[in-house]
Design a binder for this molecule. Structure first.
Ligand SMILES: Nc1ncnc2c1ncn2[C@@H]1O[C@H](COP(=O)(O)OP(=O)(O)O)[C@@H](O)[C@H]1O
Ligand SMILES: O=C(O)C1=C[C@@H](OP(=O)(O)O)[C@@H](O)[C@H](O)C1
Ligand SMILES: [Mg+2]
Length: 190
């Protein structure tokens, strides 16, 4: 049976560190699955008419986390969506209760690769103060156990393009779905 049918409309939530490719890969995956695509940061930006950086600077991180939670709660009432979350969504246990409505996939990217991707980034407020590698290591240390609660971990190599990441996810997803009748071994006659 086709993967889309096997998913039965359940949402796929991409989690992982800033720069792990949730937004980029999410768009590719949604297209391939024939799902809609939502990026929680993009919704917040659109609703507030402010960048994430401005919201952090003017209202603070706690306020941003409230907005993020509201968007996730709303999104989780829909189906057939690939949802690119913000990297910090895993910090709240209430958020996990929404994420658990769907399949949670961790895009696990080595810190060295994140450093390359984010070296010139000026938009992510949590990366602006310390040296980048030090800061990413610190954030990863705080969150590693939370990301590890995902249903599926996709370990990404430096050379994996978004299309390749999508292929790897596509191959791995059936392993966490219920077996379908044709996968099951034939019943022994009694
Ligand atoms: N598989 C990939 N290979 C190379 N660059 C990537 C890949 N995925 C994302 N990127 C780049 O890394 C940066 C961060 O990607 P993004 O999708 O915004 O990550 P996230 O949403 O997880 O923070 C962007 O510049 C994007 O083009
Ligand atoms: O890791 C985080 O706490 C954050 C990640 C960002 O999203 P991306 O993971 O898409 O960069 C954005 O939500 C905000 O800057 C906070
Ligand atoms: Mg993103």
């Amino acid at each position: 049976m086709e993967l889309r049918n096997r998913l039965g409309g359940v949402n796929i939530y991409l989690v992982g560190m800033m720069g792990s490719g949730k937004t980029t890969t999410g768009k590719v995956l949604a297209k391939r699955l024939g799902y809609g695509f939502v990026d929680t940061d993009a919704v917040i930006t659109q609703v507030r008419q402010q960048s994430i950086r401005e919201i952090f600077a003017r209202e603070g991180e706690a306020y941003f986390r409230q907005l993020e939670q509201q968007v996730l709660a709303e999104v989780s009432s829909y189906h057939h969506l690939v949802v690119a979350t913000g990297g910090g969504i895993v910090l709240s246990s209430l958020n996990w209760s929404y994420l658990r409505h769907g399949i949670v996939v961790w895009l696990h990217v080595p810190i060295a690769v994140l450093c390359e991707r984010l070296a010139a980034d000026a938009e992510r407020p949590l990366l602006q103060e310390q040296p980048l590698e030090e800061r990413l290591n610190q954030i990863m240390a705080d969150r590693h156990a939370l990301y590890a609660q995902a249903d599926l971990e996709v370990v990404i190599r430096q050379t994996d393009t978004p299309a390749k990441v999508c292929d790897r996810l596509w191959e791995a997803l059936p392993s966490i779905l219920k077996p379908i009748a044709s996968d099951a071994p034939p019943k022994e006659p009694c």
